[in-house]
Design a protein around this ligand. Sequence first.
Ligand code: SF4
Length: 197
Amino acid sequence: TSNYSVINNPIADNLVDHFPLCMQHLYQNLCENHHLKHYARIQFNLFLKGIGLTVEESLAFWKKSFSKVDEDKFQKDYAYNIRHNYGVEGKRQDYKPLNCMSLITKHRPNSGEIHGCPFREFSQPNLRAKLVQMGVRNDEHIREILNLAEEEHYQVACTKYFEITKGLLDKNNDSIIIETIEHPNEYLNASVLLEKN
Ligand code: SF4
């Protein structure tokens, strides 16, 4: 299990090992800083919605996670947007969890922001460090993922990361099952399914 589940929030903590790298990164930062900026909140909140959290569960999650923010500020600055993602405020549009293509191409992070896709946004040294932190230790595997990211095959890099971390490569280093990851929630569902089988 994860070593950064410091929020002790059963909904996320129980599933954190199934999160793709983008969501691992956001959740890790949330645990450390008790805060996420605007686009990171949208990305993670819609991901939680995709997992099946109700708007009430999501509000409870964020309240607990933003533990340094008092109730007034939470209601004023954050709760509206969280409910908005669920379509219970504003235009009442029911926003869908963001797919990889949106996360890779839209609202790219400025300095100080951490949302988006790590395979696109991280420098090569930072991506390498992150992969090692997540348990990818084989040099050939690390090089393969870094090369894919450098060649702008971000989703293929993510898929390779999935295969490597789940032990899905055969002895020739070829993939046995999986199609290219298109959506963070699809990544999570595939990971949960694997554990069940
Ligand atoms: Fe997340 Fe998709 Fe990037 Fe994988 S490819 S880290 S699921 S945005």
